[in-house]
Write a protein that binds this ligand. Structure first.
Ligand SMILES: Nc1nc2c(ncn2[C@@H]2O[C@H](COP(=O)(O)OP(=O)(O)OP(=O)(O)O)[C@@H](O)[C@H]2O)c(=O)[nH]1
Ligand SMILES: [Mg+2]
Ligand SMILES: [Zn+2]
Length: 300
């Protein structure tokens, strides 16, 4: 029987199937070999054998389309932790103000999404506090880069229908700074959802490495939301400095024209990126994010 893992806790998985929710464990042979990371995660499609009393055994794991993962430090070395398998999109939520937006953080999130091949949706919340023109002046350039962007207010309801539509039928990973309005937006999309998501993320932060609970929250209109306090900690762990320029959409097409093929785009003569910055074709905030990420490997 085919099913979707919607919850994982300490080696027990809740699998959603046509026969209802089954509590499953992994067949022993799937666990053989040296374990350097998670074998399955929420978002994985699996084949299960039905056992007694709404339980089952996971027999096979289907190949993944996408993967959101991180390297978690443990006393035994680094552990490859899967945050969610097969996410359809990452939703990055920032406020226009309260807290003051940090464009560098959004750019880091976008780099992670580009690296993992994950479509990103940008949500700019609390538009009611600053008005549309201030919000647009700060964020419209992301639309120019091709990122879908929704201006919202959980208080006035602006953009909520559009957000709900964008989530429909997809597995969305939510991330953004504390206080940006993530829970409020989820509650506006679907009453009660924000609260549900929050209670688990609190548990996750407290939980020890082996007792982390992860859960997909079903949307009434179809699809799931997963909250990930861990996305902040994704940092840039598997990104080499030389590949960073490839994850900035507006730089990607320029780098072939640089004079040196190992150009860092920070000071070199004949640099096509620096020339484009000078012509005003690259947004100064985006370029400064690039330089910060390139010259320091500081964690988010
Ligand atoms: N004016 C205004 N306030 C908002 C809006 N959305 C949320 N808030 C307020 O901002 C504060 C934080 O909102 P939350 O939804 O708890 O933020 P969060 O992102 O879930 O924060 P964490 O759970 O800490 O990550 C609350 O006081 C909300 O009432 C909005 O669109 N406009
Ligand atoms: Mg919250
Ligand atoms: Zn260059």
């Amino acid at each position: 029987m085919r099913g979707l893992i919607i919850r994982s806790q300490s080696g027990f998985y809740t699998v959603e199937t046509s026969a209802g929710h089954l509590t499953c464990q992994l067949r022993g042979r799937l666990k053989r070999g040296k374990r350097l990371g998670d074998i399955v995660a929420v978002g994985d499609w699996v084949d299960v054998t039905l056992l007694e009393g709404a339980t089952g055994m996971i027999e096979t794991i289907e190949p993944r389309q996408h993967l959101l993962s991180r390297l978690a430090p443990t006393p035994h070395g680094e552990y490859h932790q899967i945050i969610v398998a097969n996410p359809d999109q990452a939703v990055f939520i920032f406020a226009c103000t309260k807290p003051e937006p940090h464009p560098g953080m959004l750019d880091r999130f976008l780099v992670v999404a580009e690296k993992q091949g994950l479509p990103a949706l940008i949500v700019i919340n609390k538009v009611d506090l600053v008005g549309p023109s201030v919000a647009q002046a700060a964020f419209d350039h992301y639309i120019t880069l091709g990122y879908p962007l929704i201006y919202t207010s959980a208080h006035t309801g602006q953009g909520i229908d559009e957000l709900r539509q964008s989530l429909q039928g997809k597995l969305s990973v939510f991330a953004g700074p504390s206080g940006a309005g993530k829970s409020s937006l989820l509650n506006a999309v679907q009453p009660g959802l924000g609260l549900a998501v929050r209670s688990v993320s609190t548990q996750t932060q407290k939980g020890r490495h082996t007792t982390v609970v992860r859960q997909l929250f079903p949307l009434a209109a179809g699809g799931y939301v997963v909250d990930t306090p861990g996305l902040k900690a994704l940092a840039l762990w598997d990104i080499q400095p030389e590949e960073l320029d490839g994850y900035f959409r507006e730089l990607r097409g320029l780098i072939g024209a640089c004079q040196f093929n190992n150009c860092t785009h920070t000071h070199e003569p004949g640099c096509a990126v620096l020339a484009a910055v000078e012509r005003g074709e690259v947004h100064p905030d985006r370029y400064s994010s690039y330089v910060k990420m390139r010259t320091s490997q500081e964690v988010l």
